[in-house]
Design a protein around this ligand. Structure first.
Ligand SMILES: [Zn+2]
Length: 369
């Protein structure tokens, strides 16, 4: 995964989003020699399971909530940058439960990234919930992959965020530039009744990205079989509308984030194409190069409060050099690992790790604490 990002010019990755972040001690062991710089978030889904709550629809007990807060504090002490919430994945995580976690994050001066609770007609309600979290605890809240959660209601959600930032709340957001999302078939996203959520878009809008049905559009029978036999298998859900996604990406406050992950052989093209594709869309929407590049460099670096994203004497030597005329994504739903064209040179911590489009150096990233 790191190499797919590196080939797009990515030099720093924030991992552990959407509630999935491991306990920090585990993440340190997983990445002895990363290619790019890594920051980690602790994930509430992992914290819930570690505290003994394995029913995603059940609220954690007071004892489990205490265990989650203790584990989060431990990860923050070891170097996690904050907390990620996967509220759609663990509907049992009540506002009370996440409030206790937000207090811990606030104590450490971290931030919270959120995969919001609803991706259907209730999405504005989901956005308001996390705005409230920022209001009450004073923490920065990052709404993850906004456009993928707000199909048919993106403008309304952007207005709610604009109103919150207008009030001075620290609410930020990111998006990826594709009109399909991707997640595990066994997750709560596809629990009973899912087909009524997206204006009647059912299994015929779902494409298997891994396993036995890889590359096939599903029907009720193959969907049920995949869910039963390969619950960790990935589904690409062709739900959103491209115009709406582009309006989100082109919003002046929207940062670009890939939301990429992959298990085994399956992936969504966002893994290999997000950044060149987003830049191309921004240029088409009238952005000059500097303003477009800010959304993948200085804006996220400032949000994370890390020394990155700008070139000046003494800055971290994390630099990507590309040909603006040819820098283009080539990854597709059929070939999600195709690297982009036009990336010439990538320097991580002063070492050239990609030269003329080819990986040329040794892993030069660091796990950041
Ligand atoms: Zn997510």
């Amino acid at each position: 995964m790191e190499l797919s990002l590196l080939r797009q010019g990515v030099t720093t990755m924030l991992s552990g989003n959407c509630g999935s972040g491991p306990l920090f001690a585990d993440s340190a062991a997983m990445h002895p020699h990363p290619w790019i710089n890594l920051h980690y978030l602790a994930g509430n889904c992992v914290l819930r399971h570690a505290s003994g709550q394995t029913d995603r629809y059940a609220p954690a007990t007071p004892r489990q909530r205490q265990a989650m807060r203790d584990l989060l504090g431990e990860s923050m002490r070891l170097g996690a940058m904050g907390l990620s919430l996967g509220l759609e994945y663990e509907p049992g995580a009540t506002f009370e439960e996440i409030s206790g976690l937000a207090r811990v994050v606030a104590e450490f001066g971290g931030f919270i990234s959120v995969h919001t609770r609803f991706d259907d007609d209730r999405c504005v309600e989901g956005i308001r919930e996390v705005i409230e979290l920022s209001r009450v605890y004073g923490v920065r809240v990052e709404i993850s992959h906004l456009a993928s959660m707000t199909a048919f209601h993106t403008d309304e959600c952007l207005e709610a965020i604009d109103a919150a930032t207008g009030e001075g709340l620290r609410v930020t957001f990111d998006s990826y530039p594709y009109d399909a999302f991707c997640t595990n078939v066994g997750s709560a996203v596809f629990d009973d009744g899912f087909a009524s959520r997206w204006r009647g878009k059912g299994p015929e809008c779902l494409e298997a990205a891994s396993g036995r049905f890889r590359g096939q559009w599903l029907n009720w029978d193959t969907f049920a079989e995949m869910r039963r036999e390969e619950p960790d298998g990935q589904i690409i859900a062709h739900i959103m509308e491209q115009d709406e996604v582009e309006r989100c990406v082109a919003h002046p406050d929207c940062m670009i984030g890939s939301d990429s992950y992959y298990q085994g052989e399956g992936a969504h093209p966002r893994l290999s194409g997000t950044f060149p594709r987003a830049l191309r869309i921004l240029r088409r929407h009238g952005y000059g190069w500097n303003d477009a590049l800010k959304k993948v460099t200085a804006m996220p670096a400032d949000a994370l409060q890390i020394d990155a994203g700008r070139i000046y004497a003494g800055a971290s030597a994390d630099i990507a050099v590309f040909d603006p005329d040819s820098f283009t994504d080539r990854a597709t739903y059929k070939e999600p690992f195709m690297p982009p064209m036009g990336m010439k040179l990538v320097i991580v911590n002063g070492n050239a790790v990609l030269d003329n489009g080819e990986i040329s150096g040794v892993p030069s990233g660091e796990l950041r604490r």
